[in-house]
Design a protein around this ligand. Structure first.
Ligand code: PEP
Ligand code: MG
Length: 310
């Protein structure tokens, strides 16, 4: 079975009734891009740029970042790359940034909040991304968007940088990983170019369970119906406004989770590279109609255990 999946890894993931799902890769390093393409990825659904900033003594320069983003886009040979802007804070600590210690770092100055507070960090990254856009299709995605004000501020800064460079526009989207963004998905869908649902943080914040807490690990389940309803709200709003919606959190690679996500109407699943071939093979075994019925039953469940039983 494993070998059959590998042999068909460059073929699309299409349900038995002909509905195609894009399968993309989550990558952390530039060198991962060519590995992802060779593994059958149809794009990069999440490039975690914070990894360029970790394990060093100072932030990478605009030039260094430009070269990294350019190399990645070129390695994907025409497939699109979603570059997520810096998502530092929470569990990701960077000593040289001198971030104040916070009692609740997952609820503090992380992700887009940090970038908006530190334009000297954010602007060089945006410049590097817009310059790299000349070398292949890329999209910019902002992490930890909680309010429309977050979005307006991030979008306006990106637009200002783009104009200064006289660069063409690229699609601008948001991670949906904070419950407020899912609840207001209808409003966000009128504004953004695309959504990507981050189920790791969305689970953490919906269930109020620290994603790193060992005693909560088994309960912090992305298949919990409360989380699935957040995803449903988001996918609904996206489809109603003809906006593209992907999922880049861990349940996209889960054998059960991925099928429910397809049934909820997402367009793309972005997963770690080793999961790509098997995920494509799994989707080919089902019809969209069956997965839609499965998703509706999952939404009606009262607990994660009931969803797993399904
Ligand atoms: C997520 O939160 O689901 C996600 C994909 O981003 P990260 O795991 O980097 O927070
Ligand atoms: Mg996240």
């Amino acid at each position: 079975q494993h070998e059959r999946a590998q042999a068909t890894r460059f073929e699309p993931a299409q349900t038995s009734d002909g509905h195609r799902i894009e399968i993309a890769a989550n990558i952390n390093r530039v060198a991962d891009a060519s590995v992802a393409a060779a593994a059958g990825a149809e794009g990069v659904g999440l490039m975690r740029t914070e990894f360029l900033f970790l394990e060093r003594d100072s932030a990478p320069s605009e030039e260094e970042q430009f070269e990294a983003y350019r190399d990645m886009v070129q390695a994907m040979a025409g497939h699109s790359v979603i570059i997520r802007t810096l998502d530092i804070g929470g569990d990701k600590v960077v000593p040289y940034l001198d971030l104040p210690k916070e009692d609740n770092s997952f609820l503090g100055i992380r992700g887009i909040r940090l970038c908006l507070a530190r334009p000297e960090l954010f602007i060089p990254q945006l410049r590097a991304i817009y310059r790299a856009a000349a070398f292949g299709p890329l999209k910019i995605m902002f992490p930890m968007i909680a309010t429309l004000e977050d979005w307006y501020a991030a979008r306006d800064l990106a637009e200002q940088v783009r104009r200064e460079l006289d660069a063409p526009q690229v699609p601008l989207g948001i991670m949906v990983e904070v419950p407020s963004a899912a609840v207001l998905a209808e409003q966000f869908a009128q504004e953004v170019d695309f959504f990507s649902i981050g189920t790791n943080d969305l689970t953490q914040y919906t269930l109020a369970m620290d994603r790193l807490h060992p005693q909560l690990a088994s309960q912090a389940d992305g298949l919990h119906p409360a989380v699935l309803r957040m995803i449903d709200l988001t996918a609904h709003a996206a489809n109603a406004h003809n906006k593209w919606v992907g999922v880049c959190g861990g349940i996209a690679a889960d054998a059960r989770g991925s099928l429910i996500l397809v049934g909820l109407g997402v367009h793309e699943l972005s997963v770690s590279v080793p999961a790509i071939a098997e995920l494509k093979a799994a989707i080919r075994q089902h019809s969209l109609a069956d997965l839609q019925a499965l998703a509706q039953r999952a939404l009606a469940c009262r607990s994660a255990a009931e969803v797993h039983q399904l």
